[in-house]
Write a protein that binds this ligand. Structure first.
Ligand SMILES: Nc1ncnc2c1ncn2[C@@H]1O[C@H](COP(=O)(O)OP(=O)(O)O)[C@@H](O)[C@H]1O
Ligand SMILES: [Mg+2]
Length: 284
């Protein structure tokens, strides 16, 4: 079976080093020598206007998209040559820009997240052999803990079809956490959420760092929120890194301001302007 050893709770996650990653589509360089480092146990944001290459970068990190050149190291592992399930087994879990939930209850969806950690084979589980039953019970208890942690405790046995959108976004996050990852890749976790739901999700993301000690790489259009919760920010534009640093450094960077406003640098800093609440898709 494809299982892995879960890191002791007090050991920091491995560092993620993206080194000159390049991805080309026909006639277009979606990532052009992109380099950045996600320090262990930090919330690191990847931002940039629509088409900047953020999702492509996530696809590279999760093994869905191959690089033309460059490397991605997660601790000692080189990720660019590995298929998605091997990367997931190393402790890299992702959520998607658009929610991908299966039918069934919250519990069912979270148990899917436990799948890579399940030792007993399908046959043993299907035959309800004692060891497999015990293991399933343990996984279900852990799934319930994670549901509580993500604010879904009261929804554990609710069919996901019946959940409001905000809770469905949480199920995605919870399911990724159920893989016991060391690095969590979040693609637009607050897209479509209202103000209160955004604040709650932001709190959960920082709790993932502070209480669970995980590294989080987050793509998000809500730059105001990013500036509040991120430890570090990498800004992409047309496939290139145009800025990299703390939120304060990046917010005042003229190249960043220009990229977001689509004009030469002006005196309006990112995160304190209407840009913060305007999805980049709608920018000219
Ligand atoms: N499968 C694909 N085939 C061709 N071009 C693509 C594909 N996926 C993305 N692109 C292009 O690559 C660039 C980066 O896209 P993407 O990574 O989705 O940006 P972002 O997530 O920052 O909005 C865009 O110009 C986009 O049109
Ligand atoms: Mg995208």
């Amino acid at each position: 079976m494809n299982h892995r050893t879960v890191r002791p709770a007090d050991a920091p996650p491995p560092v993620l080093v993206v080194d000159r990653a390049t991805v080309r589509f026909a006639g277009l360089t979606a990532l052009d020598g992109v380099s950045f480092t996600v320090a262990p146990g930090t919330v690191h944001a990847l931002i940039g206007p629509n088409g900047a290459g953020k999702s492509t970068c996530f696809n590279v990190l999760s093994g869905v998209r191959r690089t033309a050149s460059g490397s991605v190291r997660f601790g000692d592992a080189e990720l660019t040559a590995l298929p998605p399930h091997r990367i997931a087994a190393l402790g890299v879990a992702r959520t998607f820009q658009n929610i991908v939930l299966t039918r069934g209850t919250v519990a069912d969806n979270l148990m899917l997240g436990r799948h890579t950690l399940t030792r007993a084979g399908y046959a043993a589980t299907a035959l309800r052999l004692p060891g497999a039953v015990r293991e399933q019970r343990r996984h279900r208890e852990r799934a319930r803990e994670i549901a509580e942690f993500t604010g879904l405790g009261a929804r554990f046995d609710t069919p996901v079809d019946l959940l409001p959108y905000g809770d469905r976004k949480r199920v995605e996050l919870a399911r990724a956490l159920c893989m016991e990852p060391e690095l969590l890749l979040l693609d637009e976790p607050v897209a479509g959420l209202n103000t209160a739901e955004r604040a709650a999700m932001a709190e959960t993301v920082t709790a993932v760092r502070d209480a669970l000690g995980l590294s989080v790489l987050i793509v998000e259009h809500d730059t105001g929120l990013i500036m509040r919760i991120a430890d570090a920010v990498t800004v992409l534009d047309f496939g290139r890194v145009i800025a990299d640093g703390t939120p304060a450094q990046v917010r005042n960077d003229p190249a960043v301001i220009a990229a977001y406003l689509g004009t030469p640098a002006q005196d309006a800093p990112v995160g304190e302007t209407p840009v913060a609440d305007t999805p980049a898709e709608e920018a000219p």
